[in-house]
Design a protein around this ligand. Structure first.
Ligand SMILES: [Zn+2]
Length: 344
């Protein structure tokens, strides 16, 4: 895991190498099962499934505390089709005793229901029942950012901390909170929706019903729009091909508009980090999600802004890190939650 707390300056080269290493790992995982070593989970065999809007990533948490990456499968709006595809790709229907499923959205973990997932287009989907019917094992359903927090706790060396926050940056912005050694779910299971805290009270309308949510300024579309605005390419024919990763590639080449895009994105993230630090006083904040691969370019500005705004003592002590296992974090965390009820 990369750490920006102690060395906010002069990190770029090392961070960059690790970002590319992480990307290579992501591509590799699509081709063949791959084993990662970590401590914990000994003796458990649990299938973890991370349902994303494009790909479904899975891993098998096995005896001896290893996770075996399984080939990813395509998203399907029909959840039954997803679990049939995962079952086929796993090819080991009797090799696991439990299943953990991570899904983006508002989840009723007690009943295994996806109450609402705007990114997947699901409303009141009984995902736990569907998965159990197809996979034939007990199923636990969890919010994807909560699962990512557990995955980061397990895979990114954060086990020594009892208080961490995982910030997932991708299409949307999510959060998972481990407080006092336990995953924080809140009264109705919705805790950690940091992307929908308000950044600008009169800001852009959000799909959640609020206006000016952080997600509207830190999500994928916001980063692309910021770059098109700064580079004055909004009306250019190539605008539709711009993604956060192409903006990151331009930044790596020294493109000034791309670098400025990431600097401004980092400043907004820093405001969110300051809120997190003041509210929760975490030992570590772990940045995950597809956009985290561009952390070289936005994290220094984010850390500087956070330190400017947050209470001084917690701001100095918190470690701001970037996951080294983004492609398997959700699946690993979902498996850990399903296999270790005491950590729920
Ligand atoms: Zn919102």
């Amino acid at each position: 895991m990369r750490d920006c707390a102690d060395r906010p300056h002069g990190l770029r080269r090392g961070l960059h190498r690790e970002a590319f290493a992480a990307r290579r790992g992501f591509q590799k995982s699509r081709q063949k099962p791959q084993t990662l070593g970590f401590q914990g989970g000994a003796g458990l065999k649990t299938l973890g499934i991370d349902v994303g809007g494009t790909r479904i990533k899975s891993g098998l948490l096995g005896a001896g505390g290893k996770i075996i990456r399984l080939p990813s499968v395509d998203f399907n709006a029909d959840p039954a089709a997803i679990f049939r595809a995962v079952k086929n790709s796993a090819g080991m229907t009797s090799a696991y005793a439990r299943v953990g499923v991570a899904v983006a959205g508002d989840i009723d973990t007690a009943l295994g229901i996806v109450r609402f997932s705007p990114n997947l287009g699901w409303k009141n989907v009984h995902i736990g029942t569907i998965a159990r019917k197809i996979l034939g094992k007990p199923v636990v359903v969890e919010n994807d950012a909560n699962a990512a927090a557990m995955g980061a706790w397990m895979l990114d060396g954060a086990k020594r901390y009892s208080d961490i926050v995982c910030v997932t940056m991708g299409t949307g912005v999510g959060g998972g909170i481990i407080a006092g050694g336990k995953l924080l779910r809140g009264a109705t299971g919705s805790a950690g929706e940091i992307g929908h805290m308000t950044y600008k009270p009169d800001g852009v309308k959000c799909s959640c019903g609020n206006s000016g949510c952080f997600e509207r300024y830190l999500g994928r579309d916001a980063i692309v729009a910021r770059f098109l605005e700064i580079s004055r390419r909004r009306k250019s024919g190539s605008a539709k091909n711009v993604t956060p990763m192409t903006v990151a590639a331009l930044a790596a080449e020294g493109d000034r508009a791309a670098l400025e895009t990431w600097r401004r994105t980092g400043e907004i993230l820093g405001v969110l980090l300051a809120d997190i630090v003041d509210a929760l006083n975490p030992s570590a904040v772990i940045i995950a999600g597809a956009v985290s691969r561009a952390a070289d370019f936005f994290l220094p500005a984010a850390v500087a802004e956070m330190r400017k705004r947050a209470f001084k003592h917690p701001a100095r002590s918190v470690r701001i890190m970037v996951t080294g296992h983004d492609d398997i974090l959700g699946a690993a965390g979902a498996a850990l939650i399903a296999s270790a009820p005491s950590k729920k």
